[in-house]
Design a protein around this ligand. Structure first.
Ligand code: ADP
Length: 650
């Protein structure tokens, strides 16, 4: 009996624990239900618990209360209140609660576990998916970073300026190309408006080219405009502009790609210039060709025509002389044309070099004066020489041949285009220049043609070309030569009254004094030259015959050698030789070689080179080999005698 006193309370305790658990279990279940269910079930449980408690307790209270009222003896209550009696219902209760617990454990725990498993599986799955999403986001972020880097590299590699501006033209992005194009660093631009980049408040240049659009039209446009660098330099620029829009279509700003096109514009200008020049050259060349054809055919016509006429047996002496004169005149004219063509080709191909030598201007002018005097006087005009140079200024360093050619050209023109009056050759010094002028009282030149006549193939009056013969090359050759000598050429003229052609050359005083050439103004055709021997080195028979005939009346004695070797042999034979006339191109040994060898033996003997080479720069080469002077073929009778005289008459 004793033991029940302890067992029963213990069972109570156990019951409280088990039922508490069962209660907790249900409450948890209920907790997961939705609002109304939750409340309903909770109330039901509270009711069930209370009903259960009331059921058991009411037995005892009922018995106790009834025994108190005397309806039943107290002993029943005492009996029932004995721990061993209380024990039985409690043990039954305990059993029931165990059974419920067991059922719960069997039914609900696995469900709970599987639910929990499911949940954790779901969580794992969700976590996995989340991880995947995070990975995807990370890789997208890396891709984006990479693309951004690529974009920045591209943006900054573009040599042109690139800017993005908002709707108020405020710059929000600029690339490094803005530095090379405008001189601004990107950070100097951001926040400023694009107006600072334009000169002339964004005036675009309307080129009229379809390539460029009008700035205000369309969403994309390409236009030429005037830009301004950070330093304020204005330059032509090409802009490609694009309007940028938000996803909802509203305008959000502009993208501008800005390029410096000054080089391209220069290039286009240059090309247009070249094209114009080429077209002009083409036009002039056609004019030249027809002029040349005229200039060659006309004298050829004279030569061929009079050569056949001269062969008539019954021709009077007078007529023969006249025809011969005409043939000679035609030949000279043709020669001058050919020379001019050769000269201009040399200039065009850059084959002309400056060969400086010491020149005594007074001697040059006198030479020309004497040379042209007879021709001028034959045309019933007067040739005047006005040399205003002092003795000190007279001796200069320049290219003698070119100076001579310029003067000759101008004097010939003065003679050609004048019919009466005078021709004056003058020279003066102005500062560090020598100014030469050839004045004539001829036909003059219209104002409109005064510049053009210095161009190649141009004559003052193309329409009236037939009136005066000429190729239209003389003045352009003279101009090129003058420029090579460091000067310029110009003309003053009055139509009908005359012209004055003047040119300057650099006055460069000769540093060394040499003996001037001993020239005679007139060809010597007298007995004085009796004892003078000329050694003519010439392989070509016709050329030799020509020299022989030219010198026939001079009584110079002629010795002939047919090549350089023979020339050397004759020279070494001990014969008295005063001048050697050396052809440069000969078989066995050429004139250059022969001259060199002769110079080793005799430093003083005058050796005059004669050559028909047009391009080889043989004058210079001949002088380097030791020749004293040079005369070009075809030989001019007067010139040849003139040169020989200048060396043999002390
Ligand atoms: P051309 O062989 O035709 O004389 P040039 O080049 O020497 O060629 O001269 C060009 C043109 O200039 C000539 O055709 C002529 O119309 C004009 N001209 C040159 N010199 C004179 C001058 N002294 N007086 C008048 N016109 C001249």
């Amino acid at each position: 009996m004793e033991s029940f006193q302890y067992i029963t309370p213990f069972i109570y305790l156990l019951l409280v624990v088990i039922w508490s658990y069962i209660l907790y279990f249900y409450l948890r279940k209920i907790y997961k239900r939705s609002g109304v269910d939750k409340l309903l079930l909770t109330l039901l449980i509270v009711l069930a618990v209370d009903a259960f408690r009331t059921l058991f307790e009411s037995v005892f209270f009922g018995v106790w209360y009834t025994s108190l009222s005397g309806l039943i003896p107290i002993s029943i209550y005492n009996f029932l209140a004995q721990p061993q009696i209380v024990f039985f219902p409690k043990i039954i209760n305990l059993l029931v609660s165990f059974i419920i617990l067991a059922i719960l454990i069997k039914r609900w725990i696995p469900a709970e576990t599987s639910r929990q498993n499911e949940q954790s599986e779901m969580i794992r799955h969700r976590t996995k998916e989340l991880q995947k999403t995070i990975d995807h986001l990370n890789s997208t972020k890396n891709d984006l970073l990479e693309q951004q880097q690529l974009f920045e590299i591209m943006l900054n590699t573009i040599p042109d300026g690139v800017v993005i501006a908002d709707t108020k033209r405020k710059i929000i992005l600029a690339n490094n190309g803005m530095k090379s194009t405008f001189g601004y660093l990107p950070e100097e631009l951001i926040g400023n408006t694009t107006e600072m980049l334009y000169a002339d408040s964004e005036k675009y240049i309307d080129t009229g080219s379809k390539f460029y659009t009008e700035k205000s039209k369309g969403t994309d446009n390409l236009y030429l405009t005037k830009y301004k660098t950070k330093d304020g330099l204005v330059f032509p620029g090409e802009t490609f502009g694009k309007k940028l829009h938000n996803s909802d279509g509203t305008w959000k700003g502009n993208l501008g790609i800005m390029r410096n096109v000054s080089e391209r514009i220069e290039f286009i200008k240059e090309i247009n210039n070249q094209r114009d020049k080429a077209q002009e050259a083409d036009r002039l060349k056609s004019a030249f060709l027809s002029n040349m054809s005229h200039e060659i055919r006309t004298p050829m016509n004279g030569i061929v025509g009079f050569t056949s006429l001269i062969q008539k047996p019954d021709l009077s002496d007078e007529k023969r002389q006249k025809y011969l004169g005409l043939i000679q005149k035609s030949s000279v004219r043709m020669l001058s044309t050919v020379n001019n063509i050769i000269e201009i080709s040399k200039i065009e191909t850059g084959h002309i070099e400056i060969t400086s030598n010491y020149v005594r201007i007074s001697e040059q002018l006198e030479y020309l004066y004497n040379f042209f005097k007879p021709e001028v006087e034959n045309s019933n005009m007067e040739l005047i020489l006005k040399n205003e140079l002092s003795q000190d200024d007279d001796f200069i360093e320049t290219d003698e041949l070119k100076l001579n050619s310029i003067l000759t050209n101008l004097i010939k023109n003065a003679i050609k285009y004048s019919h009466e009056g005078f021709i004056t050759i003058s020279c003066r010094k102005e500062k560090l220049d020598l100014i030469f002028s050839i004045q004539d009282s001829g036909i003059g030149i219209e104002e409109s043609r005064r510049e053009a006549i210095f161009d190649r193939f141009v004559q003052a009056d193309i329409e009236d070309r037939g009136a005066y013969e000429g190729s239209g090359l003389g003045l352009s050759i003279a101009k090129s030569y003058v420029e090579m000598l460091g000067g310029k050429i110009w003309v003053e003229s009055e139509p009908g009254k005359g012209s004055t052609f003047s040119f300057s050359i650099e006055w460069k005083q000769a540093t060394r004094r040499i003996d001037s050439k001993k020239e005679k103004s007139e060809p010597v055709l007298t007995d004085e030259s009796n004892s003078i021997n000329i050694l003519v080195a010439e392989d070509d028979h016709v050329s030799f015959l020509l020299i022989e005939n030219i010198l026939e009346d001079t009584k110079y004695k002629i010795l002939r050698a047919e090549n350089g070797k023979q020339t050397l042999e004759v020279f070494m034979s001990g014969a008295k030789i005063d001048v050697i006339l050396m052809d440069l191109k000969m078989p066995v040994m050429d004139g250059f070689e022969a001259t060199k060898l002769i110079r080793e033996l005799d430093k003083d003997i005058p050796i005059i080179a004669q050559s028909a080479y047009a391009f080889a720069g043989d004058r210079k080469k001949a002088m380097e080999c030791g020749c004293t002077d040079f005369i070009a073929k075809p030989l001019d009778q007067k010139k040849l005698i003139f040169i020989i005289n200048s060396y043999v008459h002390a």
